[in-house]
Design a protein around this ligand. Structure first.
Ligand code: NAP
Length: 236
C-alpha cells in the first residue's frame, strides 16, 4: 500500500455522534478511559487529528505573532516540505490547511502526560493557503511540515507523503467529524475502532463522518467491557 494503514479510533454515542457535551458526561467516562487505553495499546506510528481537535486537546487556541517570523518563500510551482534530520517514529499529524495552530513545542505536551500522546513529534499538513511567515515560525520551532493541496488538503496526497517521506506504516485517525468525513470520502479508512458509550448525544453533536458517502465495512470484533461496547470493522 502506498499510504499508511488507517485505523479510525473514536468514542461514539448510541446515536453515532462523536462531538459535543455527551463526551464530558459521567456516562461517557468509562468509554473515554477504554478509548485512551486502546490508543496506548494499538501499535502505530502515531495519530492524525483535524485542526479543531488539535486546538481543543493541545494548543488551546494560542497563536504566534507572525510579525516576529521571516517568511519562507517557495517557488510558485514548487512548495518544499520541511523535515528534520532526526525524526522519531511517533507522530502527531495535524491537518491544518491554513496554518492556524500555535504550538509552543515541536512535541505534544499532553495535559495528563498520557504516553499515547505525550512526546509525539508534531507534523503539520498544510495547503498553499498558508501564510509564508507561518512556515518561518514552524521552521524556527523545528516543526516539520508537508504540503498537500492548493485550497483543501488532498487526503490521498497527504497520506502518500506520510508513507513515503515520513515512513508511517500505520496511523490512528482520531477525529473529529470533519477530518473523519474527508478520509471516508477518500476511501482512506481501512479499519474502524469504535468505543460506544451508553448515552444519546442528541442534535447538537456531529456524526462519526461529516458528509459521508456509502461504503462497506465488515464486522471483525464486538465485545463489551464495563457497560461499554467496543466494536471493530474492516474495509471490505
Ligand atoms: N469522540 C471522539 O473520540 C473524539 C475524538 C477527537 C475529537 N473529538 C471531538 O471533535 C471535535 C472537533 O471535530 P470537528 O469535526 O469540529 O473538527 P476536526 O475534524 O477536528 O477539524 C476540522 C478542521 O480540520 C481541518 N481539516 C480536516 N480535514 C481537512 C481536509 N481534508 N482538508 C482541509 N482541511 C481539513 C480544517 O481546518 P480549518 O477550519 O482550519 O480549515 C477543518 O475545519 C472536538 O471538539 C472534539 O471534542 C471527538
Amino acid at each position: 500500500m502506498n499510504r499508511p494503514y488507517i485505523i479510525c479510533h473514536m468514542v461514539t454515542s448510541i446515536d453515532g455522534k462523536v462531538t459535543g457535551d455527551f463526551l464530558f458526561k459521567p456516562e461517557c467516562k468509562k468509554a473515554t478511559e477504554i478509548y485512551y487505553e486502546l490508543n496506548r495499546n494499538t501499535e502505530s506510528n502515531g495519530f492524525i487529528c483535524g485542526r479543531v481537535t488539535m486546538e481543543g486537546s493541545f494548543t488551546g487556541g494560542w497563536y504566534p505573532d507572525l510579525s516576529e517570523y521571516e517568511p519562507v518563500r517557495h517557488d510558485l510551482d514548487m512548495k518544499m516540505d520541511f523535515m528534520l534530520d532526526d525524526m522519531t517514529g511517533f507522530y502527531a499529524v495535524a491537518f491544518d490547511p491554513k496554518g492556524r495552530l500555535g504550538w509552543k513545542s515541536n512535541r505534544i505536551i499532553d495535559p495528563d502526560g498520557d504516553p499515547g500522546y505525550d512526546g509525539a513529534q508534531i507534523i503539520e499538513v498544510l495547503t498553499e493557503q498558508v501564510d509564508e511567515r507561518y512556515l518561518g515560525y514552524l521552521e524556527k520551532m523545528e516543526i516539520p511540515y508537508i504540503f498537500a493541496g492548493e485550497n483543501e488538503i488532498d487526503v490521498d496526497f497527504a497520506l502518500f507523503k506520510l508513507r513515503n517521506i515520513v515512513g508511517c506504516e500505520t496511523l490512528l485517525l482520531e477525529g473529529g467529524s470533519i477530518i473523519n468525513g474527508s478520509f471516508q470520502r477518500a476511501g482512506a479508512i481501512d479499519e474502524l475502532s469504535l468505543v460506544a458509550a451508553p448515552i444519546v448525544a442528541g442534535n447538537d453533536s456531529k456524526p462519526l463522518f461529516t458528509d459521508s458517502v456509502v461504503s462497506d465495512f465488515e464486522l471483525v470484533n464486538a465485545e463489551t467491557k464495563d457497560g461499554v461496547l467496543i466494536v471493530n470493522y474492516k474495509k471490505r
